[in-house]
Design a protein around this ligand. Sequence first.
Ligand SMILES: Nc1nc2c(ncn2[C@@H]2O[C@H](COP(=O)(O)OP(=O)(O)O)[C@@H](O)[C@H]2O)c(=O)[nH]1
Ligand SMILES: [Mg+2]
Length: 349
Amino acid sequence: MKIGIIGPAMAGKTTLFSLLTGGTAGGKGTVPQASARVPDQRIDLLSEIFKPRKITFATVEFADFPALGSGCEIAGETANRLKACDALTIVVRAHGDPTVPWPDEPLTPDTSFTNFLNEMVLSDLCQVEALLARNKDKRRSQEETHLLEACQSLLEETKPISSLGWLPEQEQILHNYALLSSRPVLVAVNLDEEQLLNKDFEGRSALVDACAAAGYPLIEFSGRLETEICRMDKKEQSAFLAEYGLEESGITRLVTAAYKLLGLCSFFTVGEDEVRAWTVQAGITAKKAAGKIHSDLERGFIRAEVIAYDEFMALGGSLKTARDQGKLRIEGKDYPVRDGDILNIRFNV
Ligand SMILES: Nc1nc2c(ncn2[C@@H]2O[C@H](COP(=O)(O)OP(=O)(O)O)[C@@H](O)[C@H]2O)c(=O)[nH]1
Ligand SMILES: [Mg+2]
């Protein structure tokens, strides 16, 4: 799963990318990629119990896109690279630090966002209209034509395709067309300390409204502050965040939101060797989930022993107690795995 970070120049894209992944800026025109750990307190607590030799968190991939040009036109290679992403994070800038120059005119965060949304919608509209114009295309079903027309009407109102709920089979068709605005999008606004503290900045209500109209979650963070937080230990971090009335850092909030946006969840495997979070699409079957661990486990799947994380903790964090009390459920191959399930796969190959 890959999330593209995009937005105007000097908005804080590379700062965010580095905070998320530890990666650094690439050369001109390149799109560096790196994985970000998905923070999960449950993994921390499970690790305290099992004291494993290895701890593995879930990860998601981020890609740091170069700024789009002043007209922020989405075309050619950039469009193709963006389409290869499963989701996008648009970074816009609200802080007015005079030591950080704007490449052109300063832009309010809502203008930056609307510019980008317009370009994305326009790029899709061109594609949809070109597809519809090919009415000779005999391979296209009537349903597909209707779907494209529905997209066209939405896009003409400057609404992203993702703003409507589609049926799974429609989602599949849209996925094949690789329309940009069918991707889930998260908006991240980069604030200074004072704006974060006051929970206000110029253009805030316009940005909030525009994101809500598009159906995009909005995350407020401060690139500068997050950079400081990164250097602190856990205790300092909590105290520091509390001063801002926050429970979690912007980075944690952003990764968590992105994970959810992609429809992902985590199941866990535990033991002395490793405590590990595995990333799956919510609702995946136990057999398919086993295949994430190893193809042998899927092939030779017999059953899964399952206990929900919360229940496990309520039983004092002991697998023995869980087993003795009959709380370790035995589930078959079609069991839909839930976020926080602790799984032990029994298999035979
Ligand atoms: N004052 C301030 N400067 C920031 C903040 N976030 C990033 N910057 C600075 O803004 C400049 C541009 O950031 P960068 O992440 O490279 O922007 P990009 O062009 O969108 O990739 C850099 O000098 C950063 O140090 C912030 O929250 N506050
Ligand atoms: Mg950059």
